[in-house]
Design a protein around this ligand. Sequence first.
Ligand SMILES: [Ca+2]
Length: 344
Amino acid sequence: MDAQVKRKLLIFSVLILFIFVIGLFGSMGNAYAADRSQPATKQLSWNDWVKELRSQAIAEGISPQVFDDAFKGLRPDRRTLNLEKSQPEKRLTYLKYRNSRGSKYRIHLGKQMYKKHGDTLNAVGQSYGVDPCYILSFWGLESAYGTYMGNFPVIKSLATLAYKSHTPKRQKFFRNELILALGILQEGHVTNNNFKGEWAGASGHPQFLPSSWRKFAVDYNQDGNKDIWRTKEDAFASIANYLVGNGWETGGQWGVQVNMPRGMDESLLGYKTHKTVADWQAMGVHPVNGQSFPAADKRAYLIEPYGGPAYLVFNNFRVIMRYNNSTFYAGTVAYIADSICQRR
Ligand SMILES: [Ca+2]
């Protein structure tokens, strides 16, 4: 290989890595957008804080043994705090975001994963009434199909953020997640050693916070554990159950790209106003590229994500946003699902 080709390959690899890292931070930024508006209260020392937390945890049913094992030698994690501080504020356009997180490579892998795990995905999809292409899409976006679930010990990250996040509100949020996480350990669904995730405490194939795990995790293979970390069947079913629990409509489309008429009233854009498909059509909103709308009485929102085209979106799009409250995220989930299953 001559030197010039080598150099080009090197530049290309660095670029891919850069896009991957930006995508990763982008996702975390959406899930945990910092709220710096409130002042912090006076800080207890770490040891005093752990003592106080221990009493609360025990009062809420955590055994002293489980607590003490989990907190043995634990100190706040500077990496976690630095990551919380350094969330990028730069705003990408929708299409740039979608095309980097929903890259050709991720879609290609998704197709391979569908071949490999199709039987399980189809069975789970069938029993929950959720199109398996969406399960694959969440799995791919959240943990790169289980290849990147994060290396931060969940108890340590949550304890750090419960102790020292920016605001009392966030501290309270993470404290609640921390106690739920101790409950997961106590019930034996995962060992402390394997309980690892991204820096803010989301973990496993579907990157659930402990509160989502508590509400939606499923023991699909019926071995007694709701294991979203090492059992793919459980992880797939947990994603599907999350969607069903938030109102997923079996067989429902997420949305359709549309053309808006000139001079459309911009105050109608977004999630405050919904109208039936027929009403939007009467106002001159029409599908592009020969697509068609679902039933005329279907409830729909008109959105135009920053730097992207306009869409009419339906109930299932809003359900996707319950996983991560971001239009960019939901649009990307839908795009990957459609691309893996070649619907567009
Ligand atoms: Ca299980």
